[in-house]
Ligand binder design. Structure first.
Ligand SMILES: Cc1cc2nc3c(=O)[nH]c(=O)nc-3n(C[C@H](O)[C@H](O)[C@H](O)COP(=O)(O)O)c2cc1C
Length: 148
């Protein structure tokens, strides 16, 4: 079984609800989880599995609770080669910058050597008003990457 740290970037709470739901499902499968809503590189285990659930705000920007973490990653350039991660973006396709925050953090983690498990999920909340539903379907495949 694995330990998964769910890291949220959220302004209105949607991404946090998705993370809560996925953590519950992962625990039902026997994995352990923790949920971090204000990620700080200094206190995160980088030799583990992260599941980042991040919405996009502004014009393609990170939510306020996620911005400091992205800045830390950019300025400190940690070696994330031991890290495995999954990524889910929440956004609205009516914006040109659809899911830009999730795309950017995916690119940033990859550039620091981290290994993505599975494909990035991009949820369009204008099509999927209950984002937990596509997230749950995605998790079915994603969890095949986990030990146990
Ligand atoms: C002011 C505002 C700006 C937004 N900007 C974007 C954007 O640039 N790109 C995008 O894909 N979605 C954008 N969205 C849509 C949100 O990402 C979407 O509503 C998401 O579900 C919010 O999740 P949250 O509750 O976790 O913050 C924006 C929403 C608001 C209210």
């Amino acid at each position: 079984m694995s330990h998964i740290t769910l890291i949220t970037g959220s302004t209105l709470g949607g991404a946090e609800y998705v993370a809560d739901h996925l953590a519950e499902l992962l625990e039902q499968d026997g994995h352990s989880t923790d949920i971090i809503n204000q990620a700080n590189l200094a206190t995160l285990n980088t030799e583990s599995i992260w599941l980042v659930v991040c919405s996009t705000h502004g014009a393609g920007e990170y939510p306020d609770n996620f911005q400091p973490f992205a800045e830390q990653l950019t300025s400190e350039q940690p070696d994330l080669s031991p890290l495995q991660y999954g990524i889910i973006g929440l956004g609205d396709r009516s914006y040109d910058t659809f899911c830009a925050a999730a795309k950017n953090i995916d690119q940033l983690l990859g550039s620091l050597g981290a290994n993505r498990l599975g494909e990035r999920l991009e949820i369009d909340v204008s099509q999927d008003p209950v984002p937990e539903d596509p997230a749950e379907s995605w998790l079915e495949t994603w969890k095949n990457h986990l030990a146990g």
